[in-house]
Structure formats: structure tokens, C-alpha cells
Write a protein that binds this ligand. Structure first.
Ligand code: ZN
Length: 418
């Protein structure tokens, strides 16, 4: 029976660490329960003796963790699986008990998940979270706080979190996810109080295996998608399942041969930006509408009774606040969509480079290999490398807050000129 760690693809070392920690955490709980039992029934000593094992029952467990690794390597999957193992009735992450089930389904009362929707996690959100995390776990085990994309904490939010990590409530566990432990991603002081679990980029074979086993995807499709997604499990699944995602990727891979002049380069830049905008809009539209409808209902939209005028004045502020958050989320979604396209494009030029060098490695985009081979012939290794670097420079520029259109136009011109 697959337990909660089954979907952590190609991460044996990390899984071993987390299993040990979960067992240690369970021992801490047994030890505490044993002490209580001893206090209540002093006539039966020794009954709880074997539970904790020898020495410190908590060795291997700590209250703050950082999961690091490239996007798609499974940082949040690892954090959630560990949260489930902490809530597991058997302390193993069996995948069967209510603790495992509800944690994996996102409904466990003692597991809080922070998924930033905008560009950053604000201080108010963090303060509220830290406060709630300090309460006694209702299920009698642990209060677990999972923070996805902890690199998006604002400085103030980071400080609020740091305070909680410095003086942790006895049963609270913080699980942070970040691309790396670089000071740009996570503050040095937070880092110094956490145990780090590094995840590696899983191999294409490992990703394909999980697509077949877990998602029932045909082996040849899984193999293609795993290679095209470059180790990103979620992206591989989308490519295998979603025809729209495949269409968008095809459009991106068609860019290199469309770059026939300056005008074409600007056209390609516009097309890429607009595709990212459309994709982002589609991904947030449903949530936006649902949130607005829910807020309007809560505010009693259309009410005409006494006090309605005052309610409307307050409502305007709340609606404005909602719109601000939705705008931030839309911007993030656009950047993410654009970044996915740039990763695909980088894969294409990487293929051209490895072909020009006759390196014995499999291409990322098996279905565009002929095109990459033609590029390799035309540009040589140096030309392919310059183009690859142009794509990577574009990603870096956008990350550093250069306006996406400017960065993409500069990249397209560089790709055309070579
Ligand atoms: Zn379980």
C-alpha cells in the first residue's frame, strides 16, 4: 500500500530523513503520554518504559524545517507528506488512517497550509497564522504550519515568523519551502534555526514512473512529458493531460523558426507576452469571480434596509482590498506562465547546444529534436550557447523586476541576431 511518501519522486535520502523524524516525533508523544500515565497510576511503573526507547525520545525531530529544491522537485509534496506522517495515528505516514487522509486532503484541523497567491506573503497573514499555530493541537498530536514559497515572505512577515520559530510553542512544527537557502530566498536567521531537507531534481525516468503509476498515464506519453518538463513533476502531469498546455508549449517551440527579422522578433515577443497573460487570466478568473460573489453575499449586496448605507461604505473598502489581492495574484500567475514558456525555450536551445557538441545526452524536447538539430548545424555550439544565455538572461531580468515585455523583446532580438 503506498504511504504518504510514495509521490516523492527520486528523493530517497530526504524520505529516509523524514521517516526517522516522524518516528522520533511519535516517540515524543508516546513519552509524554507515558509520563502522564505514570503520574496518574503510580502503581504501574515500567509500563511506559519501552515506549520512548533509550535516551532522548525526540532525537531526529525538530520544530522547524526548510525543504529546498528546484521548482517541481516536490518541496510542497515533501512538506505535506511529512505533515501527514506527524499526524498519522501510527507515526509512520501510513496513508490509511484519518490523520494521514485528512492531512493529504487539506482538511486536518491542526495543519495549516499557506499558499501565497500574490507576489508576497504579508505580515498580517503571518501574524494571524503564528497566533493560531500556538494553540493546543485539537487532535492531540502536533500543530503543523506549512509555508509554501517561504521565499515570498515580506521582511515584516519573516520577522513575525522568526519570533515564533525562536520561541516555539511545544507542539508546533513549521515546515517552510524555498528554492534554496540562499539569503535571497530565506533570511539567515530563520535558516539558522531550521533543519534543511534538500531535494534534488528527479530524473525523467523517475517522473515518468510516477505518472504511469499514480496518474494512469500511458508509458510513452509519460516518458515524453517527463523529458519535456525537465524534472518538474506537476508540469509533466499537465503536459500529459491537458491539451491546452501542449498547445501553448508547441507555440513556444515554434518561436525559433519564426524569428526571421526585427519585425518578426517583436511580433514573437508580443505573442509570448499575450499568451502568458491569457493563460494567467484563465487560471485566476474562476477564483476571482467566486471570491467576489462570496464577499458580496457576505456584505449583503443589494440590501436596502436601515444601516445599508453604512454597510456599503465599509464594503467598498473590502472590495478594494479584494481587488488589490486579486491583481497581485494575477501578476504572479502571469510571471509563472511566462517563466514556464522561457524554461521550454531554454530547453530547445540547450538541445541545439548539446547536439552541436555531439554530447551523448537525450534531448529535452524529443518532438522538436529535428528542429534543434537544424539549429545546431546553422549556429554551431557558440551560437546555440549565446541563444541559451539570452533566454536565461531574460528569466533573470524578469526575476529582478525588469518589465516582462522589455526583457522578452530584448531576448527575441538576441535570439534572432544570435
Ligand atoms: Zn497514517
Amino acid at each position: 500500500m503506498p504511504d504518504v511518501f510514495a509521490d516523492l519522486v527520486g528523493q530517497d535520502e530526504a524520505v529516509a530523513t523524514l521517516r526517522r523524524a516522524a518516528a522520533a516525533a511519535a516517540a515524543v508523544l508516546r513519552h509524554a503520554a507515558g509520563e502522564r500515565a505514570l503520574a496518574l497510576t503510580p502503581a504501574a511503573p515500567g509500563s511506559a518504559e519501552s515506549a520512548g526507547g533509550s535516551g532522548d525520545p525526540g532525537a531526529g525531530m525538530t520544530h522547524a524545517w526548510i525543504f529546498t529544491g528546484p521548482p517541481g522537485s516536490g518541496r510542497s509534496v515533501a512538506a505535506r507528506a511529512f505533515a501527514a506522517a506527524l499526524q498519522c495515528a501510527y507515526g509512520t505516514g501510513c496513508g490509511e488512517c484519518p490523520g494521514c487522509h485528512t492531512t493529504m486532503a487539506g482538511t486536518h484541523a491542526d495543519v495549516r497550509l499557506v499558499v501565497p497567491e500574490g507576489l508576497s506573503i504579508g505580515v498580517d497573514e503571518m501574524r494571524a497564522l503564528v497566533l493560531r499555530a500556538a494553540s493546543t493541537p485539537s487532535g492531540g498530536r502536533w500543530q503543523v504550519v506549512v509555508i509554501e514559497d517561504a521565499d515570498r515572505l515580506t521582511e515584516a512577515a519573516g520577522n513575525a515568523l522568526l519570533k515564533a520559530i525562536e520561541e516555539p510553542p511545544p507542539r508546533t512544527v513549521f515546515l517552510l519551502c524555498a528554492p534554496s537557502t540562499h539569503p535571497d530566498d530565506i533570511s539567515v536567521t530563520i535558516r539558522s534555526r531550521c533543519r534543511v531537507v534538500p531535494l534534488r531534481q528527479p530524473s525523467a525516468d523517475a517522473v515518468a514512473e510516477v505518472l504511469v503509476r499514480r496518474d494512469g498515464i500511458a508509458p510513452d506519453v509519460a516518458q515524453w512529458a517527463a523529458a519535456a518538463a525537465q524534472g518538474h513533476v506537476g508540469r509533466a502531469r499537465r503536459l500529459a493531460r491537458d491539451p491546452e498546455a501542449r498547445k501553448r508549449r508547441d507555440a513556444v517551440l515554434a518561436i525559433p523558426r519564426r524569428l526571421t527579422g526585427v519585425g518578426a522578433a517583436f511580433d514573437a515577443a508580443s505573442a509570448l507576452i499575450e499568451a502568458a497573460e491569457a493563460e494567467a487570466e484563465a487560471s485566476v478568473a474562476e477564483a476571482d469571480a467566486a471570491e467576489r460573489a462570496a464577499l458580496e453575499t457576505a456584505l449583503g449586496a443589494g440590501g436596502t434596509g436601515r444601516g445599508a448605507a453604512g454597510a456599503i461604505r465599509g464594503a467598498a473598502g473590502q472590495l478594494k482590498d479584494l481587488e488589490r489581492r486579486q491583481k497581485s495574484r494575477a501578476t504572479r500567475a502571469q510571471r509563472d506562465a511566462l517563466d514556464r514558456a522561457l524554461v521550454d525555450l531554454a530547453g530547445f536551445y540547450r538541445d541545439a547546444l548539446t547536439m552541436a557538441l555531439r554530447a551523448p545526452v537525450a534531448p529535452v524536447h524529443t518532438d522538436a529534436a529535428a528542429l534543434a538539430a537544424a539549429g545546431a548545424q546553422k549556429w554551431d555550439a557558440e551560437g546555440a550557447l549565446r541563444r541559451l544565455e539570452a533566454v536565461l538572461a531574460c528569466r533573470a531580468a524578469i526575476e529582478a523586476n525588469v518589465k516582462p515585455r522589455i526583457a522578452v523583446e530584448a531576448m527575441m532580438l538576441a535570439l534572432w541576431r544570435g
